[in-house]
Design a protein around this ligand. Structure first.
Ligand code: IMP
Length: 206
């Protein structure tokens, strides 16, 4: 009999965020992808991120920059993945949005809890935009994960805003309290990346 061994599709993820790489590995690994960090001379690429434009434009800009950096290199035709994400808080007019990482560094999750002190509307959502350059085409896909901002930070798992984000489709724990697999099965990144994999599969069977 014949054993079919499907070859894994190798994707270079252009990010310096190790948490995003780990999540992408656990989301796309089991469905046939090998995710590796894109390194140029041993370093993850440093992107200029035009934050005022929103996460979709930031993701597209990162892709253009990555392609430019890889021009004329032996990686120029490799599938490249970029992602931009953030948390959007309803009562704060979608702040911090595309500026989530800076705001996290500047005021931290405690700063966000302070801004929301006494605020009843706790609604928020994580959003991710993933863009892949695959087979000379660019595909873009989105993921949204709706939830609430907790009153106190709980749990040490995940990263960023996870200790203060309670997803609506779970059991009331924050992402910080969820196991890695639980988060990865539901997250905005899961939705965006699974969607991309559908584009890739469709492209392969063209
Ligand atoms: P980016 O690198 O510009 O896409 O910044 C993404 C930022 O959004 C992260 O640094 C976090 O502050 C926040 N963020 C995005 N996704 C998540 C998540 O899954 N958990 C917690 N924070 C997240």
């Amino acid at each position: 009999f014949v054993i079919m061994v499907e070859k894994k599709i190798s994707i270079l993820f252009a990010t310096s965020n190790q948490n995003k790489i780990n999540e992408a590995k656990s989301i796309l690994g089991p469905i046939g992808y090998k995710i590796e960090q894109l390194l140029i001379s041993g370093e993850p690429p440093r992107f200029i991120e035009p934050k005022s434009l929103g996460i979709e434009q930031v993701a597209i800009s990162k892709m253009n920059q990555a392609k430019h950096m890889l021009e004329n290199s032996n990686l120029a035709y490799n599938p490249i993945l970029v992602e931009d994400s953030g948390i959007f808080i309803n009562s704060l007019d979608n702040f911090p949005g595309a500026k989530s990482s800076e705001v996290e560094n500047e005021i931290g999750i405690e700063g966000i809890l302070e801004m929301l002190q006494g605020v009843e509307d706790r609604r928020a959502e994580y959003r991710a935009v993933a863009v892949i350059h695959f087979g000379n085409k660019i595909f873009k896909s989105f993921g949204v994960w709706k939830g609430q901002i907790s009153r106190i930070a709980l749990g040490n798992n995940g990263f960023g805003y996870d200790p203060i984000f309670i997803p609506d489709d779970s059991d009331g724990r924050t992402c910080g309290q969820m196991k890695k697999e639980e988060k990865d099965n539901l997250s905005h990144r899961n939705k965006a990346l699974k969607n991309l994999s559908r584009h890739i599969k469709a492209r392969q069977s063209e």
